[in-house]
Design a protein around this ligand. Structure first.
Ligand SMILES: [Mn+2]
Length: 318
């Protein structure tokens, strides 16, 4: 965060994510927050391409210190707004994904930890390709109303309901170290998320969360991902539509924002190596409710990424 609002009002100037300095070249930064304004993988209601811009605007509300945990990510790490990773080939899903992958390959090369702001959930696949190809498959805490492990929908295997089946098939994601939390909603087929169960992912349906609470769900996540490198994927539709109306595939009976904060804060200690926040769709939003939730959840994810980075550095120094 570049400026103290006591000397420079928060509404002033061009809105970057959380008023961070903009850096076209992210080398030298510990963490880069990046917009991915692409929603060509949406199965029904579009608009998430406008997510990064709306979240940049509302994120000027975010402050420096996490009152609940004491974390101060902007003091603990060098964090920049790396701008948007975008594609010129927006009309062809696979080509657009290739462009997104190329953009994140540069981020990997620069050595910055990315926090990506979508965009629809299909972007997680090219991001994972760029970050994890050639290495061991990563674990994942995935918070969402949907498992997103479907297969072909109207002729595509790369839509926003399928990134994680593809990521497993491509050896990027370890299903046995994957927890999917908040799953709910009616289905087209009873075995819609068969891939998750067959592959050994730990699916935590919302019904289970009602029983064990967000603390219990976080405990399961810790158990499933263990100590290894882990990706955090947060789909804003995990929240109840009362708290996040601005999304493409809302499902009733979800997390309140307060419960999501409890869940995220309880994930501290996991070795998060990158994260994304997806599916904020401003055209369906009201009064910026969803973008504001997204901006604050980004802040929580930054707190987690910063702590993980510090833990890795102190382990490496020993
Ligand atoms: Mn999703």
């Amino acid at each position: 965060m570049t400026s103290d609002p006591q000397t420079r009002p928060r509404y002033l100037g061009l809105p970057t994510f959380m008023r961070l300095p903009y850096a076209e070249d992210v080398s030298g930064a510990d963490i880069a927050v990046l917009g991915v304004p692409f929603d060509g993988g949406v199965s029904n209601r579009p608009g998430a391409r406008h997510g990064p811009r709306a979240i940049r605007d509302l994120s000027s509300m975010v402050r420096k210190v996490n009152q609940a945990t004491g974390a101060a990510p902007f003091d603990a790490a060098s964090i920049v707004d790396g701008g948007d990773i975008w594609t010129e080939r927006v009309y062809r899903l696979e080509d657009a994904h290739a462009d997104i992958q190329a953009g994140f390959a540069k981020v990997r090369e620069a050595g910055a930890v990315p926090l990506s702001v979508g965009g629809d959930h299909s972007i997680s696949l090219p991001i994972m390709r760029a970050l994890f190809s050639g290495g061991p498959p990563v674990g994942m805490v995935h918070i969402d109303a949907h498992c997103d492990t479907a297969d072909d929908d109207v002729g595509s295997r790369f839509h926003h309901g399928a990134p994680f089946s593809r990521a497993v098939e491509e050896g990027l994601l370890d299903p046995k170290r994957t927890a999917q939390i908040g799953i709910r909603g009616a289905l087209f087929q009873p075995d819609r998320w068969k891939f998750s169960y067959d592959a050994g992912m730990r699916v935590v349906p919302m019904e289970e969360v009602y029983e064990i609470g967000p603390k219990g769900a976080a405990a399961i996540a810790h158990e499933v991902v263990g100590d290894g490198p882990t990706y955090l994927s947060f789909d804003i539709d995990c929240l109840d539509p009362a708290f996040a109306p601005g999304t493409g595939t809302p499902e009733i009976g979800g997390f309140s924002t307060a419960e999501a904060l409890v869940l995220l804060r309880r994930l501290a200690g996991i070795d998060f190596v990158a994260g994304d926040l997806v599916e904020v769709s401003p055209p369906f939003d009201s009064a910026g409710i969803t973008a504001l939730a997204g901006a604050n959840i980004m802040f929580e994810i930054l707190c987690l990424l910063t702590a993980s980075l510090a833990a890795r550095r102190s382990a490496a120094a020993k």
